[in-house]
Ligand binder design. Structure first.
Ligand code: GLY
Length: 569
């Protein structure tokens, strides 16, 4: 009775077709309330974590237009209840007509704003491929809630209004984007009922047939708009786009298995580098707030960023064995050269013009069968390239994640190497790091973050907080964070990270410092020590984490995936 009441309190509906109470506990955490609620109702209906992720992804395209998307791409990690795990890369690719030097210094902005900044999006093909392989709910039932939400409208919150206002000038430069989000050049206010009728139509078409985003009227109109706006996208780019199943990067650490993405994500290499480097130092003994802990984490991340920026990119371009990047002996021997009492400066100094945006969005889901999805998706910058397809959705500016200006910093201040040069059909290097932590054969944590390169340090610190410093799930996410990449050299820190006299101790070893308002927004699910799930929405933000009530039932057997054809088979 109590359990049924709890289900009702969470807004679950018993369809009569499924028995939600036969499922194990479910959980979802996303950056936006509607998306979490939609994901939870899919889970209550017996959907897999992938079904719920697909529904959440489409919902975010409606309610979280700064990062949720149809015109972007991302990474999905799925661990089934039987322990099989997968990494699906649905990141954007460079158009066939792209060239390495397409962004001269004269058009520095062209890689961040306007149609020339747009990579071929992978979001809808990616969701379709994941669903075809691992979903058990009908595709249309996962897209339709988002279509209805777009048609019905939702009230713009204060935070979204502020985002619109911050980018109002850029949004107004594109007629379709401006008309929707900044009519007459003014950002729509908080409380405004935002209906997106064109997007609703597009989503309805996608609900009927996912290939509506591969060919046909929506894509033809998009390509025409791109051409008029100086872009290089072609119909063939959309026809040829393929999501890719890639090797998972598995890290064995502290008796845990961390499932992380391989290239073109830098997540797997970065986390392996940092976690194994830091093993050499007694962080737990020193404590979280100790200057030695802070300095050595910064040294480890700066070194790992150096490796990331020099060596990583689309693996299709690697002319070396990428296993060398995670060779434990090499990592441990490099770790010997680091000291908590030293500051290692970067090789060369640059000035930085990074846009400190918090683009991108992450969500974490655990289904009633014990399966889990960790998914990070992005348009790159806030509102991507700030141009809209006639179908009512924003386009990414992912081309800026390539080393678009060789030797110059991108919008995040990252100076990257030749393996991340622009090549037609290649994917740009990414910091997106969705991870799943497995303990004793069971999902123990699902997490990820937005924040460009700060994604990497945020995920690392939550792992350290939880598994080295023994913090509770909430504290692990809430604890103030810091960030240091190779360039610029500052250790950036949130209020509360450097306590007492720590700042002056760090300055004594030569470490430049810089405060930063927020570093990463984690959306996570953890299993606590009693085995219960906790869905955590980062207190830095206004996302929503929900868990279903705990009942007696154990996870039931996962149904077979649908028999839909997958382009990955
Ligand atoms: N667009 C941000 C990233 O992929 O790292």
């Amino acid at each position: 009775m109590l359990f049924a009441a709890a289900l009702l309190a969470f807004g679950f509906q018993n369809t009569g077709l499924e028995e939600p109470w036969a499922l194990g506990q479910t959980a979802a955490s996303t950056a936006e309330r509607h998306a979490t609620e939609i994901a939870m109702s899919v889970l209550a209906d017996g959907g897999t974590a992938v079904d719920a992720a697909v529904a959440a992804h489409f919902a975010l395209a409606v309610t979280y237009p700064n990062a949720g998307n149809l015109g972007g791409g991302g990474f999905l990690i799925y661990r089934k209840s039987n322990g099989e795990a997968f990494f699906l890369d649905f990141r954007e690719v460079a158009p066939a007509n792209a060239t390495q030097d397409m962004y001269g210094l004269a058009q520095a902005k062209a890689s961040t704003q306007g149609w020339l900044a747009v990579g071929v999006p992978g979001a809808v093909p990616g969701m379709a491929a994941a669903h075809a392989r691992w979903g058990n709910r009908p595709w249309s039932s996962l897209v339709t809630p988002a279509a209805e939400l777009a048609a019905r409208g939702f009230r713009v919150g204060e935070r979204l209004h502020k985002r619109f206002a911050r980018y109002e000038k850029a949004l107004a430069q594109d007629p379709l984007t401006g008309a929707l989000f900044a009519p007459a050049g003014k950002a729509i206010p908080a409380g405004f009922l935002l209906k997106q009728t064109q997007l609703a139509r597009t989503l309805k078409s996608v609900a009927a047939d996912a290939t509506a985003m591969r060919r046909g009227a929506i894509i033809e109109a998009l390509v025409e708009n791109s051409r008029k706006g100086g872009g290089i996208l072609t119909l063939e780019d959309f026809e040829n786009y393929q999501p890719v199943l890639r090797p998972l990067h598995t890290i064995s650490w502290h008796g845990l298995e961390i499932l992380a993405p391989s290239a073109p994500s830098s997540g797997g290499v970065f986390l392996t580098q940092c976690l194994h480097t830091l093993e050499r130092f007694p962080l737990a003994l020193w404590g979280w707030a100790d200057p030695r802990t802070i300095q050595i984490i910064g040294e480890a991340t700066a070194a790992a960023f150096g490796i990331r920026n020099r060596w990583l990119g689309d693996p299709a371009g690697f002319d070396f064995d990428s296993a060398d990047l995670i060779d434990l002996e090499a990592i441990r021997s490099r770790a010997k050269r680091l000291s908590p009492k030293r500051y290692t400066p970067p090789q060369k100094q640059i000035s930085i013009t990074a846009d400190e945006s918090t683009e991108t969005t992450h969500f974490s889901i655990v289904d009633g069968y014990g399966g889990a999805v960790s998914l990070t998706t992005t348009l790159n910058g806030n509102f991507g390239a700030k141009v809209m397809a006639p179908g009512g959705f924003l386009m990414n500016n992912e081309m800026d994640d390539f080393a678009a200006q060789p030797g110059a910093p991108n919008q995040f201040g990252l100076v990257q190497g030749r393996y991340n040069a622009i090549r037609p059909g290649r994917r740009p290097l990414s910091s997106m790091s969705p991870v799943i932590v497995v303990r004793d054969g069971q999902v123990d944590a699902v997490l990820g973050s937005p924040g460009g390169p700060r994604i990497l340090s945020s995920v690392l610190q939550v792992l350290l907080n939880r598994y080295v410093f023994g913090m509770s799930p909430f504290a692990a996410v809430a604890a103030p964070r810091m960030h240091r990449q190779d360039l610029p050299p500052e250790l950036r820190y949130e209020e509360g990270r450097l306590r007492g006299g720590v700042a002056s101790k760090l300055r004594q070893v030569g470490q430049p410092l810089k405060p930063l308002r927020a570093i990463g927004y984690i959306s996570a699910v953890f299993r606590d020590y009693s085995g219960e799930l906790q869905a955590i929405a980062d207190p830095r933000f206004d996302g929503l984490g929900m868990v279903s009530a705990t009942g007696e039932p154990k996870p039931r057997a996962q149904p077979d995936g649908s028999k839909l054809k997958s382009n990955l088979d």
